[in-house]
Write a protein that binds this ligand. Sequence first.
Ligand code: ADP
Ligand code: TRP
Length: 321
Amino acid sequence: MKILSGIQPSGQLHIGNYFGMMKTMISHMESSDLYVFVVDLHALTSVHDRKRLGMGTLEAAADFLALGLDPDKCTFWVQSDVPEVCELTWILSTLAPMGLIERCHSYKDKVAKGITASHGLFSYPVLMAADILLYQADRVPVGKDQKQHLEVARDLAQKFNNTFGETFIVPEPAISQSTAIVPGIDGQKMSKSYGNTIPIFLEGKALKKRVMAIETDATPVEDPKDPDKCNLFSLFSLFAPPERIQEVRSLYVNGGAAYGYIKLELLDMISDTFADARRKKADFMADPAELRAILKQGGEKARAKAAVTLDLVRERVGLKY
Ligand code: ADP
Ligand code: TRP
């Protein structure tokens, strides 16, 4: 089974990325043919700053490796090191109905948040479909926000197969219920583009400031509260063991849940969960040449696989004469 997913290096990776996608991907490393990549071409739709994009790419790669991804047990690369993806994007875009792409809500959400409405941002889902189809992925673990983009990839695979003959595997999304949408400190979806994140590797005072800023309502401690409507409780549940989640749930329901204490407990759990990875990340970032070498090798591995699919696609559509 081929499992594939990518992440944008458009800002510091956060615990929504971790629980929504990274943790699942790393857990598949032993049992699957795993493809993990840093999507710098996608990030260009929102980052127009050479240093920030380059550093973001190295950081995202270091994050994955520090969290336990082993490049010898998967294919791990940077999207732009495989230029074949751009050619496939063009070919797929000639099949993509305008209406299908116009319906994608991520484009509208991003424009509403102030990202420039460029053609690249609009056609982002076609590049994502090319990412997936180029490697003939069977399953794509993502957060719920990407479900519609997966539907676009499936539609385009089917459309291509119907038009030119069986070529692409039609990929399945894999969305875990419990971590489908991790809330940010303001209660909206946690996202790099919304400024509401808790970065995975934040520590000390900066981490404390973020956790203490998680928005809660003004219900007094002794009053009952609905845990399922509280973003603090959702975040707490991602880190706490099951018995502790039950105890805190009953404090919410019966009265006695003090937000301040719950935040401090959450702070300790975040800090402990990533302590080891934090040290490893610092080691990776101290040796960018080694990081680049790992990515270059991964890129060559990915490119060899991409070339096989693209060759078939060129033949199917008539670009081989
Ligand atoms: P962001 O919205 O922060 O820019 P990306 O778009 O790079 O994040 O997402 C990378 C992966 O992490 C995707 O699979 C996405 O679905 C997942 N993801 C991002 N934010 C969340 C979240 N708040 N909850 C669950 N999964 C998320
Ligand atoms: N669009 C995805 C996101 O923002 C990132 C992405 C790009 C991706 N290409 C992909 C995810 C291919 C899965 C598969 O999260």
